[in-house]
Write a protein that binds this ligand. Structure first.
Ligand code: GTP
Ligand code: MG
Length: 463
């Protein structure tokens, strides 16, 4: 039967479930997916594909194989049979999974696909409907010019379980929905936040007046741990800025190959220029790196948690902190210990986090768990992950998938993941940003209180 004639009669129905569609939209932001091509209807045929998909703007290809894998790729550049190698920094490969999708971004500086008249390909590594057959074909490095680095770093086993037989292949047109153009359907936020100046002032007042659960403790100590460049130092700067009422940059922040922070710093925060110190201290550490012997060491973390490491201690990735013998012989007081641990994770890097780094974080978590210290994930750079008005943060399904993904990768409950935007380039404070940052601190204080409530001697607690 003529596949084209057939297509006009058959209604095009997507094979994605609602949940799978949500996951994929989660990778793309606030978008609409419209099905353009379906191989089982139009044929596994390059010309049928081009007839429907050329000059359609950004597209998402979704393939289904016999083993049940749902995978494919996104390109933000038109298919046009130009014969050119297309540079597309937004391109990625993906696999739909049970909780959050796997996403493999194009390696920077490489072309994302060859825009030829054949079936769709990604980086000339992954060919869909190869030779007009219901298959996916992976071309490994041997087929390449050895001087050339692969556009995508993935293994066929992870992406599609090495099963090349396709049972379906669909291409969707991807259109950004303008947040402004859809005020009609106001989605219910998945967390409630009051974005008002009154709420900000109320949160500041609550934090100012917070008194740790135990009278012997004047300030709770919050430890920030996280990969290099995740925004640990920036979080302290941001909180300090909110209370100073102007931008501050006491802690050095920025980007470098390795951690910019090389010392252990315990930062008190003052309530305004002449104000009293607030009842918490933010402890900043050197960034984690995936290799062993680089970045912050798990033994150092252990010493910090137990209150042995002094302010301004210079980390040495080659040799962990050695407490001086006299001090080590007596356990540190509860005041010197850590009362809440915050994992600072960059929202744009969650899918790209290597398994080595994930293992390091999980080992740290095990240590922190064993000491019974409560833990929070601070998910930074939400502004980069999904450029949106911060008030739409808790309506965004993309941010929600990122929260779920980081929660499942580190094994921290979703309710303990706090998305924030740190101040980075701004010159002035901004209300929505303040509200998120203050909410995060308040949550940390609550958690520290739970800990003190749990470990402290009964006699010390206020009646
Ligand atoms: N857009 C944006 N940029 C951020 C955010 N948080 C941090 N940054 C930027 O990310 C870069 C790294 O931030 P730092 O605060 O130095 O990160 P760090 O975790 O202290 O890094 P190391 O000390 O090197 O381990 C800086 O250029 C910050 O301006 C954020 O929420 N949004
Ligand atoms: Mg730092």
């Amino acid at each position: 039967m003529d596949s084209l004639a057939f297509s006009f009669r058959a209604p095009l129905t997507s094979s994605l479930s609602e949940e799978q569609r949500k996951q994929l939209c989660g990778l793309l932001g606030n978008v609409e997916l419209t099905l353009l091509y379906k191989a089982s209807v139009h044929g596994y045929n390059a010309s049928a594909f081009h007839q429907r998909c050329d000059r359609q703007g950004p597209t998402l290809l979704v393939a289904y194989n016999l083993s049940g894998y749902i995978f494919g790729g996104y390109t933000s550049v038109d298919y046009a049979q130009s014969g050119r190698e297309i540079t597309d920094e937004k391109a990625f490969l993906f696999r739909v999974q049970c909780v959050a999708p796997l996403c493999i971004k194009v390696n920077s500086g490489h072309y994302a696909r060859l825009d030829d008249a054949q079936g769709p390909n990604f980086g000339q590594q992954l060919f869909f409907c190869y030779k007009n057959q219901p298959v996916v074909y992976h071309q490994g490095r041997e087929g390449f010019n050895p001087a050339r680095v692969n556009a995508f770093s993935f293994s066929p086993a992870t992406l599609y379980g090495n099963d090349t037989q396709l049972i379906e292949c669909e291409v969707y047109k991807v259109e950004q929905r303008s947040i402004l153009s859809e005020p009609q359907v106001k989605e219910k936020p998945w967390r409630n936040v009051l974005w008002t100046a009154e709420r900000r002032d109320e949160l500041m007042e609550l934090i100012r007046n917070y008194k740790p659960m135990m009278t012997s403790i004047s300030r709770v100590r919050i430890l920030m741990i996280g990969p290099v460049g995740a925004g640990k130092s920036s979080f302290f700067n941001s909180i300090n800025s909110v209370f100073m009422g102007r931008m501050t940059s006491k802690a050095m922040s920025g980007s470098a190959g390795t951690s910019l922070t090389t010392q252990f710093r315990t930062y008190p925060v003052k309530d305004g220029r002449e104000g009293k110190p607030l009842p918490f201290v933010l402890c900043d550490t050197m960034g984690l790196e995936e290799q062993s012997g680089a970045g912050l060491d798990i033994d150092d973390i252990s010493s910090i948690l137990q209150g042995h490491v002094p302010d301004r201690y210079k980390f040495n990735p080659m040799a962990p902190f050695q407490p001086d013998e006299q001090k080590a012989s007596r356990p540190a007081s509860l005041q010197e210990k850590i009362h809440c641990v915050v994992y600072v994770i960059d929202a744009t890097k969650i899918s790209l986090m290597s398994s080595k780094l994930e293992e390091k974080l999980i080992a740290i978590r095990r240590k922190v768990n064993s000491l019974g210290i409560p833990q929070i994930i601070l998910m930074t750079k939400v502004d980069e992950a999904c450029p949106l008005d911060l008030q739409s943060l808790y309506v965004s399904s993309y941010i929600k998938t990122k929260v779920q993904e980081v929660s499942s990768r580190l094994g921290v409950p979703v309710s303990c993941v706090l998305p924030v935007k740190n101040y980075s380039q701004e010159l002035e404070l901004e209300l929505n940003c303040d509200v998120l940052l203050l909410n995060a601190i308040q949550q940390m204080l609550n958690f520290a209180d739970d800990y003190l409530d749990d470990v402290g001697p009964v006699k010390d607690k206020p009646k």
